[in-house]
Design a protein around this ligand. Structure first.
Ligand SMILES: [Zn+2]
Length: 264
């Protein structure tokens, strides 16, 4: 499942290649991928110039000059590509936005993904407005993280996945963040000390920075220390990595480096 670093790369791609282009037409092959009837969708976007691209968590947003915004949710395996023409295979491509210069933006393999259109002034009332601060661009300081998580009796693994508290972190990076912070996945938010919150903040920032660095051309891939490594040996202490079920997700951790806390 793509997480924040993957979607940040999509944002950068769109910022590099698409800004300033004006939409001339919209082809919707899969109506389930849009939130209004296809003809209305086209009316909403045609004539709009792509002015601004930004990201909140795992959503990428395109603001158009005509007062509407597109919320791009690529879900699992969705892709967006700028091509020289709108020509496409309707079985593979769910939405095509063609530009006045002849080029076109193709959305492939959306499956459960979608590209919804909303008035820009209305975004705060959409799912964008229900997201917490972005874990990369708006990462709170240790005190801010304490405000977000410090009163909760829920497990940190579950709290990190709650997009309404802080957004962009999924199953993979939450495991890596907790490993780096030395926190057992079941540690409750209210059991973290001020030092723990400082360590957690560093772990979030550093893990996302490493993950983004690994996306750069020619860079070695991101190597998880615990995620998906059940029974392999911890790279720090040599203890076998353990997997446990928690809040309907799996958490991977090192029992030695991430010991359980004695709850208050
Ligand atoms: Zn270890």
């Amino acid at each position: 499942m793509p997480e924040l670093p993957e979607l940040e790369m999509v944002r950068r791609y769109l910022a590099d290649c698409c800004l300033g282009r004006t939409i001339a037409g919209a082809i919707v092959n899969q109506p389930a991928c849009v939130n209004v009837p296809p003809q209305a969708y086209e009316r909403c976007v045609v004539g709009g110039t792509l002015e601004h691209v930004w990201r909140r968590g795992k959503l990428v947003l395109l603001d158009l000059s005509n007062g509407v915004s597109l919320i791009i949710h690529l879900a699992l395996g969705g892709e967006v590509l700028l091509k020289p023409s709108p020509d496409h295979d309707p079985k593979q491509t769910q939405i095509v936005l063609s530009f006045t210069d002849g080029s076109a933006l193709h959305f492939h393999q959306l499956r459960l993904g979608n590209v919804h259109v909303f008035p820009t002034y209305h975004l705060a009332t959409t799912r964008v407005g229900r997201l917490g601060p972005d874990a990369l661009n708006e990462l709170p300081d240790a005190e801010g993280l304490k405000t977000i998580y410090g009163a909760s009796g829920k497990a940190m693994k579950e709290l990190l996945l709650d997009q309404s508290l802080l957004c962009g972190i999924g199953n993979l990076y939450s495991d890596e963040i907790l490993f780096r912070a030395g926190l057992h996945p079941k540690t409750r938010g209210k059991d973290l000390s001020p030092d723990d919150f400082a360590g957690l903040r560093d772990a979030i920032g550093q893990t996302l920075a490493d993950a983004l660095q690994a996306k750069q051309p020619g860079a070695p891939p991101f190597e998880p220390q615990v995620y998906g490594r059940t029974d392999e040996l911890c790279g720090v202490c040599g203890t076998p990595i353990v997997r446990l079920r928690l809040a309907n997700r799996s958490a991977h951790f090192c029992p030695q480096c991430q010991p359980p806390r004695r709850s208050a």
